[in-house]
Design a protein around this ligand. Structure first.
Ligand code: ADP
Ligand code: MG
Length: 318
């Protein structure tokens, strides 16, 4: 038995095609929570982190619609809001599922900040699309009025705001949490941390941090957290059962157990989507580099079997 960090993707909380109602998110999280509780009941220690793409999108839209009456909040604040709402949801559903599985734990969610470098080259090249699609006229106005960088998405035929996606350097609350957690904490506590990759902040002076308009890839931060809290397994839960080479091509092949150097060569060959599967594979590799034993990429229904090395993509050191 070991200590597992599970990173929940957007779809572990909200399925494609959902309207984004609270009831839908509760229902989806309930399913995921049952799977996670099963791991704990089998003796695993658990840490949870999560994405926030759809939820930030909703808050951005609420800002837009309400702007005549209520001042909009900046993106770092929206990130913190999503940690609150999703952290609460995970606390509610996972606590109940753990009791049901006869493995009760305190699920403890922590508002987390992640330090990024102001010199990160992502700030010069915003690349991560956020929020809804706009017409060309709207895009022009927003560029002028808000100073947003807008990018055309040919596949969907619309314009979207793009923001920088800098690399996570340090999870601020991690040091304190390490000191606070008692010996053997895994038998009592499930921490929920760095939602949405953590609120991105830059250090302006000692102890002085400033939130920035950016998003951090939650899988990249997950690798940092897994090392900081001594997890031996990093699990990235998403909406596909693993990573594939030749994805969606006639020669598609799903990867099972694969060594770090083998999957690194596929990564270099460009087999994994830049804003989606690519960062997951990079996170897996940096976790192993830092001493992790195993990284798994799979979907919630496959998780139990993937932990037993029966399915999913399992990346192991060379
Ligand atoms: P999450 O919200 O869980 O982080 P992402 O959308 O960021 O999910 O990443 C998962 C997606 O990555 C899959 O739905 C799939 O379409 C895409 N993807 C890109 N390349 C690959 C690949 N080589 N193998 C599997 N999935 C891939
Ligand atoms: Mg993602």
């Amino acid at each position: 038995m070991g200590r597992i960090l599970v990173a929940l993707g957007g779809n572990a909380l909200q399925r494609a095609g959902d309207h984004g109602t609270w009831a839908e998110q509760v229902a989806q999280m309930r399913l995921t929570a049952r799977v996670l509780a099963g791991l704990v009941a089998e003796g695993e220690e658990l840490i949870v982190t999560h994405g926030n793409g759809p939820q930030v999108g909703t808050l951005l839209r609420q800002n837009e619609i309400a702007e005549r009456e209520l001042p909009a909040r900046p993106m770092d604040v929206l990130g913190a809001e999503t940690q609150g709402q999703i952290g609460y949801l995970i606390e509610q559903e996972l606590t109940a599922a753990l009791v049901q599985a006869k493995a009760p734990r305190t699920v403890l969610s922590i508002v987390s900040r992640t330090v990024v470098s102001p010199r990160d080259k992502a700030f010069a090249h915003p690349s991560k699309p956020v929020g809804r699609y706009y017409t060309e006229a709207e895009a022009r106005t927003l560029r002028k009025r808000e100073g947003w960088q807008m990018e055309y998405d040919g596949a969907r035929g619309g314009w979207r705001r793009v923001v920088p996606s800098p690399l996570p350097r340090r999870w601020i609350e991690g040091d304190a949490l390490r000191k606070l957690l008692p010996r053997g904490w895994g038998a009592h506590i499930v921490p929920v941390v760095t939602g949405g990759g953590g609120v991105p902040v830059v250090e302006r002076g000692r102890g002085m941090f400033e939130g920035v308009e950016a998003v951090i890839d939650k899988d990249r931060t997950a690798a940092l957290v897994a090392s900081a809290l001594d997890a031996d397994t990093l699990v990235i839960l998403t909406d596909v059962p693993g990573a594939a080479v030749g994805y969606r091509k006639s020669w598609e092949r799903w990867l099972g157990q694969v060594s770090a150097s083998e999957i690194r060569s596929y990564l270099r060959r460009g087999e994994f989507g830049g804003g989606s599967m690519g960062p997951k594979v990079e996170a897996a590799l940096s976790f192993l580099q830092a001493g992790g034993r195993r990284a798994i990429i799979t979907d919630p229904p496959s998780l139990g079997r993937a932990i037993r090395n029966e399915t999913g993509t399992r990346i192991v050191p060379d």
